[in-house]
Design a binder for this molecule. Structure first.
Ligand code: BV8
Ligand code: ZN
Length: 252
């Protein structure tokens, strides 16, 4: 049974102008996409920090490319879940709204969210390490499992942010603007261990936002939030939107 949103949260969400939702891998679990650090984590014999790095790619491009191909195949077969769809509705009910996601699975956009800030890139995009040419899946030439650029023969990599790499500047700045402007900030389905993304919820709170966490279990952030809703995002977010719709209906 998942926690119900408080009257305070419903009051705020029905009155404020600016809402920002920060999402992590937990958002996509109910679509069938495994998280990183959970028991059923992706290829649990490897830690993301060991595979999602430039060193790992340079050392063993075939293994890293196969790991991303494996994840792409999972993502190709899944659909956005009720939680993604609830955020699309919440965006339509809110004057200024942004999803700031750590996820690379493109599910927020596929669900129909308009303002999606992808802090860690997008697994459906690739580019050439040498000439930076963007590559869609079809144009990648595999030689012994290693992807090469058709134009210059360079190595092609996924367009995601690896550990030790800077986040894309434009997206980071947009995320900070959406965080500091938020009157309500929802942190959904993230363990809050990967920086600098994990610094956003407390940045929101320090800027005056009402900070809400949605997670199936407590995280290092839970002690500092204004409201902790324990449960699955695919249940809690639709319940939240339904309660807001009812409240609006009562008012009109
Ligand atoms: C950088 C793309 C700087 C690739 C990813 C020590 C201290 C502080 C920082 C560091 C440090 N040592 C190293 C660092 C920096 C490092 C970092 O933070 N490391 C961590 C591990 C300590 N960060 C970086 O390297 C970043 N860059 O710092 O550059 C710099 C400075 C100067 C010069 C150069 C560089 C780059 C980080 C980006 C890494 N890329 N992804 C890929 O995906 O392959 S991160 C990866 O982790 C994903 O993006 C993922 O989203 C993200 C965070 O994980 P979560 O989303 O939280 O997922 P997780 O599995 O952990 O948790 C899921 C949660 O969902 C759980 O809490 C679970 O309970 C919950 N849940 C499950 N089911 C549900 C649910 N919740 C709701 N409903 C459900 N149904
Ligand atoms: Zn190239």
């Amino acid at each position: 049974m998942s926690a119900r949103p408080s009257a305070e949260l419903l009051r705020r969400l029905s009155r404020v102008q600016c809402v920002t939702v920060f999402t992590g891998a937990g958002m996509s679990v109910e679509s069938g996409v495994p998280t990183f650090r959970g028991k059923e984590g992706i290829w649990s014999k490897f830690r993301p920090e060991e595979l999602a790095t430039m060193d790992a790619f340079l050392r063993n491009p075939k293994l890293v490319w196969e790991w991303y191909a494996h994840r792409r195949s999972i993502i190709a077969d899944v659909q956005p879940n009720a939680g993604h769809r609830a955020l699309v509705e919440l965006e339509q009910m809110t004057k200024e709204f942004a999803v700031v996601t750590q996820n690379i699975d493109n599910l927020h956009r596929r669900a129909g969210s308009k303002t999606v800030i992808e802090l860690h890139g997008n697994i459906e995009r690739n580019y050439c390490l040498d000439c930076s040419r963007p590559h869609t899946g079809g144009e990648v030439v595999l030689e012994e499992g290693v992807p090469h650029c058709q134009r210059c023969g360079g190595r092609v990599r996924p367009d995601v942010v690896w550990f030790g790499e800077m986040l894309p500047e434009e997206e980071w700045e947009a995320a900070v603007r959406a965080t500091t402007a938020a009157e309500v900030f929802l942190s959904v389905g993230t363990s809050g261990v990967v920086y600098p993304a994990a610094s956003l919820p407390l940045m929101a709170k320090r800027s005056g936002a009402y900070l809400v966490e949605v997670n199936t279990e407590p995280t290092p952030m839970t002690a500092s939030v204004d409201e902790y809703l324990e449960g699955r995002s695919g249940e809690i977010l639709p319940q939240l939107v339904e309660a807001l719709r009812l409240k609006a209906g009562r008012r009109s």
